[in-house]
Ligand binder design. Structure first.
Ligand code: FAD
Length: 445
């Protein structure tokens, strides 16, 4: 959508947006139920990667911006919730008081963390999230802090996910300073900070669906085809792409804003090499289960943003957001809205459970961890099957190879499977593709 938005500004081109489902927006979907605003997929955008905030501003959505009310979160370790001090959220334990407050760290683990400055610098090569943080701070820190914070949000396995592709800033800091602990500012996973905003997250008052709706309204020069299935794409002798399926199209230029596995199928004949490499990107399935209760049902109330769960804890969720305390206006003041994430690579496979099973597991978690005894007054299950790209070690090299294989073809890959997994990354990739296409067209004219 962001690529189409930029391409249509140059009014000379025919742009068709082909969508297989019955709506645009993909994983961005907000449910409205009475006074509840429930995000089925993402709930916010990272502001220090500016592309999302910039697009929202261009679309006149600034008055809709809301920042989180709560700032803290907890970790569920050893069957208990532990509040994580603000100073630890960046995973750089600069204040030793922050470490002391984490009751689940033994004195040996704390000592190991404090000795990070003595650990020799790594080679700067790609390695897994677990390997990087184990090397720098020891295995307890890696398992209980780095893994849930950095791998859990990708529904990923920290032993597999790539530091270079997902969190290059930490590698850069280690290479520059020889250690992490001296840095005063928390790193972000990529691009330059948005000058007008402090690093953090924001969302839209009426939910992220608003971004999809407003953007769709703006695509007035784009031919949007919903419910359209493309089976094959071939290239004819004149170099024109022939798309055949539930409808047929011709195109000079293609932007694939779809998972790598689907793009791989389409590219089988046009670029077998790119197709083979794209097929290497793996996906995990995840589900979001949202439940609402009267606030009075939570014996200790709901505070802050929620909690994350390390992979080796024996509960069925990977994390939980208290939407009604994290964001303003998500639920009436007397309601608690709780969003739980389930499924991860190498862990629970949500595809093998029914919605009712997942809901049952989520409700049991609320009962066990938050000590709620009544039944929820609202429930919602959103499933994201094979939808979370797993950037394995070597992902950036894999992407270089794919782009090299496609370099002679007017084919562009954008989206969460490729060069960054969050909404800002997807928007940036879409707009960069549009920019490169318009530049090429201009040069050729
Ligand atoms: C539960 C969850 C929570 C998340 N939380 C956050 C968050 O808080 N912040 C954040 O920035 N990111 C978050 N993300 C990640 C973010 O949602 C995704 O990276 C982003 O939405 C992916 O956008 P995309 O355009 O690459 O793919 P998608 O959103 O998956 O869109 C792809 C579109 O292509 C369509 N499609 C697929 N195949 C075909 C085909 N062959 N032909 C035609 N159409 C096709 C699909 O129907 C879909 O509409 C979250 C993801 C999930 C699942």
């Amino acid at each position: 959508m962001s690529a189409a938005f930029d391409l249509q500004r140059d009014g000379n081109h025919q742009i068709t947006l082909i969508e297989s489902s019955n709506r645009l927006g993909g994983k961005i979907i907000t449910h409205y139920h009475d006074d509840l605003i429930v995000e089925g997929g993402p709930d916010s955008v990272f502001t220090s990667k500016p592309a999302a905030v910039e697009l929202m501003e261009e679309l006149g959505l600034e008055s809709e911006f809301v920042e989180p009310i709560g700032s803290g979160f907890s970790l569920y370790v050893g069957g208990k919730l532990h509040v994580v001090p603000r100073a630890m959220a960046s995973l750089i334990p600069s204040a030793s008081s922050a470490l002391e407050s984490l009751g689940f760290l033994s004195s040996a683990a704390r000592k190991r963390i404090r000795s990070e400055g003595e650990v020799p610098k790594g080679a700067g090569d790609d390695e897994s999230i677990a390997s990087f943080f184990r090397r720098r701070f020891g295995s307890r820190f890696s398992k209980t802090l780095a893994e849930p914070l950095l791998a859990g949000i990708h529904a990923g396995d920290a032993e597999i996910l790539s530091m270079k592709a997902l969190y290059p800033t930490y590698i850069g800091m280690e290479q520059k300073n020889g250690k992490l602990t001296t840095e005063a500012h928390p790193p972000t996973s990529g691009s330059h900070p948005h000058p007008a905003r402090k690093p953090g997250f924001l969302t839209l008052r009426s939910g992220l669906q608003k971004l999809v709706d407003v953007l769709q309204d703006q695509l007035s020069r784009v031919d949007i085809r919903l419910n359209t299935r493309i089976d094959t794409i071939t290239k004819d002798d004149a170099g024109v792409f022939q798309l055949a399926g539930s409808d047929n199209f011709e195109a000079d230029i293609l932007i694939f804003a779809i998972p790598g596995s689907s793009a791989a199928n389409y590219l089988k004949t046009i670029s077998p090499k790119a197709g083979d490499l794209l097929a290497k990107i793996r996906y995990a399935s995840t589900a979001v289960v949202t439940v609402a209760y009267p606030l009075a049902a939570f014996p200790k109330g709901l505070h802050d943003n929620g909690f994350l769960v390390p992979a080796d804890e024996k509960i069925d969720i990977t994390g939980c957001t208290f939407s009604s305390t994290k964001w303003p206006g998500r639920a009436p003041a007397n309601m608690g809205l709780v969003r739980m994430f389930m499924g991860r690579d190498g862990g629970m496979n949500v595809d093998t459970f029914s919605d009712d099973d997942l809901l049952g597991k989520a409700i049991k978690t609320v009962e066990d961890v938050l000590h709620v005894k009544e039944k929820p007054s609202f429930t919602q299950v959103d499933r994201w099957s094979q939808a979370m790209p797993q950037y394995a070690i070597g992902h950036t090299d894999l992407m270089d190879g794919i782009e090299e294989a496609l370099s002679e073809l007017p084919i562009y890959l954008v989206g969460g499977s490729y060069r960054g997994t969050g909404i800002p990354d997807c928007i940036r990739q879409g707009r960069q593709a549009a920019f490169r296409i318009l530049e090429k067209i201009e040069k050729a004219a």
